[in-house]
Design a protein around this ligand. Structure first.
Ligand code: ZN
Length: 64
């Protein structure tokens, strides 16, 4: 089972980005919503990262 481990990084005082090594490795798929997209607050970036990790875990569970 492959889990995703998104990382939150600050690019500028008001610019944060979530990147996901697992998504980058799997470059046959377009990046999901919120990944590799600059957002203006750390709280939003953290939320996107958390949702992404949870979503990927759930997808894997449902897929069996
Ligand atoms: Zn991912």
């Amino acid at each position: 089972m492959q889990r995703h481990h998104p990382v939150v990084r600050q690019r500028a005082p008001d610019s944060w980005i979530v990147s996901c090594p697992e998504c980058q490795r799997d470059n046959q798929q377009a990046p999901p919503v919120g990944i590799d997209l600059p957002v203006s607050s750390r709280a939003v970036a953290e939320m996107l990262a958390t949702n992404h990790a949870r979503q990927k875990g759930l997808d894997r569970k449902l897929a069996g």
